[in-house]
Design a protein around this ligand. Structure first.
Ligand SMILES: [Fe+2]
Ligand SMILES: [Fe+2]
Length: 480
């Protein structure tokens, strides 16, 4: 079997020759029923019998890996798919740089590697749990299908991490794989591991912001892990990245369509002032300042996922060759960073200042900087829409010190421009920066399902093109 072809014959589709590995095959087969139970309990609420026009990977090479068809979500063929191996691959960074990439877990780094895999793995089912109620209020069948596509692929990402745990980490890997099915997003006793994955995704604007901002964190983490000297992790993450691109597409185009609909409605009604909230809301669309507040919320939540700006864990993982930088292979330096520095934003005597820190300790900061750049590119595309309609409003990322719970700025309050505020000033002004109860109630009032093929809820524009080039009235979900 070639390494790009996928074997769909057994219970678990794979391109890792599971048939020749009875121990791992058995372990995954015995994990399977627990996974299906989790999906039924915590996956999308309702719609499990509906036929959804989903893509499934048929090969893992760069082009044409997706096959579209109607399937019921519980029958989605979740499996273990790795990108093809790179011949003679070497460890690309850290103290082992230039040595052959590891095909087995390096004993001295076992615990560190397992932790990286578990943390990544935990985010995958968490987002499915966060999004489970959204089907009921989908603004169109097109959007409903996109939600479910994201959900089944996050499920597959869990499979990807569980495969690594089962194959390479013995008994404790099996225990971790079980635990991934036990934790629950937002549960006070058994929460998911990272803060942003315990927040609610209460409405579709949040869903689009989440897939724009938080799935983009996923992309950054996967890009760094795709550089790993542990080759099975690298190959796993490389294939996950091809799926991840669609999740960010859903977020970016989703917000674009919301902004577009607002601009259209304002134009039609002759409203030129984007801050005339009441007049805009009367049109049944979301005013631009409220969209900005949602972006502020999701951006700040997601920044916390990068951890502390100065981090020994990040330094150790890089030094060991386990987790690299964003697109490490495209960077031109010594890839060891023992003697270089990196500018880090810090809180010094109550002021936010740049300070050079050892580059190894500053790797979280560096990844976060790369992330912020990537977010800015997407946001610039949103701003093209308001420009096109001649509406004087530009979306802007808040300052990285805004509303943080982890790292340098977790003990201060700062506004969206990074000005430090007293607690009292923050309390007084926070509704300027973040969705207020009133904003939330308004958005909630718009969340009415639209399940007629080709029709869209009035607060969001249709997409430019359909999925798999399907025409506008295509029935992406046959609701049963
Ligand atoms: Fe994922
Ligand atoms: Fe994702």
């Amino acid at each position: 079997m070639s390494t790009t072809a996928i074997d769909y014959n057994g219970l678990i589709p794979n391109n890792v020759e599971l048939g020749a590995d009875p121990r791992v095959k058995r372990a995954l087969e015995s994990w399977h029923p627990g996974y299906i139970n989790w999906w039924n309990d915590m996956g999308p609420e309702g719609f499990q019998k509906s036929l959804v026009y989903l893509r499934t990977a048929v090969s893992v090479d760069a082009k044409g890996w997706a096959k579209f068809d109607y399937i019921r979500m519980p029958e989605y063929r979740w499996g273990v798919l790795l990108a093809p191996p790179v011949e003679d691959r070497k460890i690309p960074f850290g103290t082992h740089r230039g040595e052959p990439a590891w095909q087995e877990v390096p004993g001295e780094y076992r615990a560190m590697l397992r932790r990286l895999i578990v943390i990544q793995g935990d985010t995958e089912p968490a987002s499915v749990e966060q999004q489970r109620h959204l089907g009921k209020t989908a603004p169109s069948l097109y959007d409903l299908r996109n939600l479910f596509q994201v959900n089944v692929e996050e499920g597959r990402h869990l499979w990807a991490m569980v495969y690594l745990l089962q194959k390479y980490f013995g008994t404790d890997g099996r225990e971790e794989a079980e635990a991934l099915l036990q934790r629950r997003s937002g549960d006070p006793d058994t929460p998911r591991m990272l803060g942003a994955f315990n927040e609610k995704t209460p409405d579709w604007l949040s869903f689009f912001m989440f897939t724009f901002f938080t799935d983009r964190d996923g992309k950054m983490q996967l890009e760094s892990l795709a550089q790993s000297g542990f080759d099975p992790l690298s190959r796993t993450c490389r294939f996950m990245l091809t799926e991840e691109a669609h999740h960010m597409f859903v977020g970016e185009t989703g917000v674009t369509r919301v902004i577009q609909r607002t601009c259209e409605a304002m134009k039609e009604a002759g409203i030129g002032d984007p801050y005339d909230k009441e007049a805009v809301r009367k049109l049944g669309v979301i005013d631009l300042p409220t969209i900005q507040k949602k972006a502020n919320l999701h951006f700040s939540l997601t920044l916390d996922l990068f951890g502390s700006e100065i981090s020994t864990n990040a330094a150790n993982a890089f030094h060991a060759g386990l987790k690299g930088r964003f697109r490490e292979d495209k960077l031109h330096d010594d890839h060891q960073l023992e003697s270089s520095t990196y500018p880090v934003l810090r809180l010094i005597d109550g002021k936010i200042k740049n300070e050079d820190a050892p580059a190894l300790s500053a790797l979280n900061m560096r990844l976060r900087d790369d992330y912020v750049g990537d977010c800015n590119n997407g946001m610039n595309r949103w701003n093209k829409v308001t420009e096109k309609y001649g509406i004087p409003f530009q979306m802007k990322l808040p300052h990285v010190a805004f509303r943080r719970h982890i790292g340098e700025f977790s003990n201060i309050k700062a506004d969206v421009a990074g000005i430090v505020l007293s607690d009292a000033a923050w309390q007084k002004r926070k509704d300027e920066f973040l969705p207020s109860d009133d904003d939330r109630a308004f958005i909630e009032s718009l969340m009415r399902p639209q399940a007629t093929p080709g029709k869209f809820a009035p607060w969001i524009a249709p997409p430019k093109v359909g999925i798999d080039n399907k025409p506008g009235e295509f029935e992406y979900v046959k609701i049963i």
